[in-house]
Ligand binder design. Structure first.
Ligand code: PDD
Length: 275
């Protein structure tokens, strides 16, 4: 079962036209929503961000967020998804190929479940990463389907046996190819401010509110590439990776090479949210 426009249908019944604008231009937006114990996690926040992405690219979501929410809940129930993600995307629709927006295309909503377990080993042991040049456009705050910059970076990481690529723009750490990046130094958390250069991650926001709850000071400031190895701890956040320690960057250990105490505290608090 998948969601196609406003109906739940069999995946084999869905068809995507060769002139769908998502397919030809990456002209659309998406969300990845985590499901724990059969319940969507922070669904409202994801739908709000979807609405914002739609507004920023001037795409009209074809029906209300309330209806979309209800359809996604029904999709989770009908497919029996207990642990995994819902992938949701909206394309601007199908029309004869032309860069300018079509006048009459109806945006196409699709969503489907992706069962998966939590990345327990990575969460416990931490992951290795590389740095790479941030070649993406200047509206990284929009969760658009244009993911080529991210895909190239992730591939580079994978080819080096790493889990994530950390983007560097003009010498500043921005974010990961599909995660937000945080550093800890002398008890304080540093992360890039939520502007046009990063995606405003839902998990980033959760981590920041957990830090506040734990009274850990936060500096919303980017860090310089050459300061990375002065950090005591590093971690990344995303819907699928949760709050995940980064223990190595470009083959060099961060701190003592083990997940740090502040990262651990945040992870423990996060666990309580998903019980
Ligand atoms: N990626 N930064 C980028 C570039 C991302 O693509 C993502 C999410 C994040 C983290 O956002 P959130 O905490 O809201 O998941 C940060 C999703 C999971 C993906 O593309 O699969």
């Amino acid at each position: 079962m998948i969601l196609y426009d406003e109906q739940l249908i069999e995946r084999s019944q869905a068809h995507i036209d060769i002139e769908d604008r998502a397919y030809q231009f990456g002209d659309g937006i998406y969300e990845v929503i985590r499901v724990y114990h059969g319940r969507p996690f922070y669904m409202n926040e994801h739908l709000k961000r979807l609405e914002r992405s739609a507004r920023e690219i001037r795409l009209q979501i074809p029906y209300s967020l309330e209806k979309l929410n209800a359809l996604l809940v029904e999709l989770i129930q009908q497919t029996g998804l207990t642990e995994g993600n819902i992938y949701l995307q909206i394309s601007r629709g199908t029309a004869p190929r032309n860069h300018a927006f079509p006048k009459e295309a109806r945006p196409l909503v699709i969503a489907y479940p992706q069962p998966s377990q939590r990345p327990i080993q990575e969460l416990q042991q931490g992951v290795s990463t590389i740095t790479t040049k941030d070649i993406r456009w200047l509206r990284c705050d929009i969760k658009s389907l244009n993911l080529l910059g991210a895909a190239l970076a992730k591939q580079e990481a994978v080819e080096q046996g790493c889990k994530e690529a950390i983007f560097i723009r003009d010498g500043w750490v921005t974010e990961g190819s599909s995660t937000n990046i945080f550093f800890v130094r002398e008890g304080k958390i540093w992360t890039h401010p939520a502007n046009h250069l990063i995606l405003h991650g839902i998990t980033r926001q959760i981590a920041l509110s957990l830090a506040e709850k734990l009274q850990i000071p936060v500096q919303l400031e980017a860090i310089r590439e050459e300061k990375i190895f002065e950090a005591d701890e590093c971690f990344m956040t995303s819907t699928t990776m949760e709050i995940c320690p980064i223990v190595r960057i470009n083959g060099q250990w961060i701190g003592n090479g083990k997940p740090g105490p502040i990262t651990r505290q945040l992870q423990q608090e996060f666990e309580k949210l998903i019980e």
